[in-house]
Design a protein around this ligand. Structure first.
Ligand code: PMP
Length: 362
């Protein structure tokens, strides 16, 4: 018998087994076309049906209001770090960034290169172990936008409430918790997320943008770097990553079959609790990095007494079939990423492994 592999990778990460099986079945002859979805013209009817269904599914699952566009762009979330300021950081206005981790820092660095950006708040002195109070953010009322990172993949913190920014457009990097729970899209002017954690394979970036922003964007940008270009062409301005978009649609279909975002959140809460409970009941053997109220349901970060013990834990976990439990190379420690597609059984197995490891090593 083959030992099961429990995939806790931080991204790219686990995909639903049912989706992979369906993709395998459809691979050679996609819905009677006699070829794979990868080989279809992106201007053909069968592909267009896939493309438009993905947009519809996103709109339905997130209850996206009429005055928003859903776009597929390439270049990862990292391109959005530049595209956002290129389009919206016009001269004379500033943009505020809330610094909650490495990815906020990367986003901020690009904004600084391109315009007048400042830090509204930073949790750096606390090793990014919490999220600032959304009601106590000091940004300017006439800022071009306010940028937040809704889930901090490396530190394992997550915003539970979002700030009400009134007339200041709220822009969010949701790469590591998109579609993990219902949200009120109307609070945001722009949401972006690389697909490779909760939504599908890498190569597609989902952008949800309020239509009025399209007109406010800098008209001098290169064509492909204007959101308006992608909006005007239904994300078919140039060849989109068709296979990735197809997979994204299948993952969204799987979310629908699971019972939608309410059911997915409930499952994510159950999964994270299995592991956080072990940490909390370990008498300090496992030490969670994030403060209680800021704990991420997606990335569970923890440390052991010292690096030698962490090394032993990671080595034994690897032998037991757990993949991807090492913390990000910039911070070390341990991290279990329990994105949507990670099954409850994987988290149950990890919690049992952690208890056992503590019993043999305390
Ligand atoms: N933002 C966050 C929150 C992330 O976790 C990541 C990737 N780990 C990125 C941005 C960068 O994404 P990409 O690799 O798609 O550019």
């Amino acid at each position: 018998t083959i030992q099961p592999v429990y995939n806790f990778n931080a991204g790219p990460s686990a995909l639903p087994a049912a989706v992979l099986e369906k993709a395998q079945k459809e691979l050679i002859n996609f819905r009677g076309t006699g070829m794979s979805v990868m080989e279809l013209s992106h201007r053909s009817k069968p592909y267009e049906e896939v493309h438009n269904q993905v947009i519809e599914r996103l709109k339905k699952l997130y209850s996206i209001p009429e005055n928003y566009e859903v776009l597929f762009i390439q270049g990862g979330a990292s391109l959005q770090f530049s595209m956002v300021p290129m389009n919206f950081l016009q001269t004379g206005k500033k943009a505020g960034y809330v610094m909650t981790g490495v990815w906020s820092e990367k986003a901020f660095a690009e904004a600084e290169r391109l315009g007048d950006a400042y830090q509204v708040a930073s949790t750096e002195t606390d090793k990014h172990n919490h999220i600032p109070n959304p009601n106590e953010l000091n940004y300017n009322e006439d800022d071009a936008y306010l940028h937040i990172t809704t889930n901090n993949t490396i530190y394992g913190t997550q915003w539970k409430d979002y700030p009400d920014t009134g007339n200041v457009p709220l822009i969010a990097d949701m790469s590591s918790d998109i579609m993990s729970k219902p949200i009120d899209v109307s609070k945001f002017a722009l949401i972006y997320a690389g697909a490779q954690k909760n939504l599908g394979p890498s190569g597609v970036t989902v952008v949800i943008i309020r239509k009025d922003l399209l007109e406010k964007a800098n008209p001098d940008n290169p064509t492909i770097l204007k959101y308006a270009t992608h909006a005007k062409n239904n994300s078919l301005y140039h060849t989109p990553p068709t296979f990735g978009i197809y997979m994204l649609g299948e993952v969204l279909g799987w979310i629908e079959e699971c019972g939608g975002l309410e059911a997915v959140t409930q499952r994510n809460e159950e999964k994270a609790k299995l592991i956080y409970d072990v940490i909390d009941n370990s008498d300090g053997f496992y030490r969670g990095h994030a403060e209680l109220e800021s704990r991420s349901l997606m990335n569970i970060t923890f440390r052991l007494a010292d690096e030698a013990l962490e090394k032993k834990f990671l080595a034994e976990a690897k032998d037991a079939g757990f993949v991807g439990l090492n913390g990000h190379r910039s911070v070390g420690g341990c991290r279990a990423s329990a994105y949507n597609a990670v099954p409850v059984e994987a988290c149950k197995a990890l919690s049992e492994f952690m208890i056992q490891f503590q019993q043999s090593n305390h």
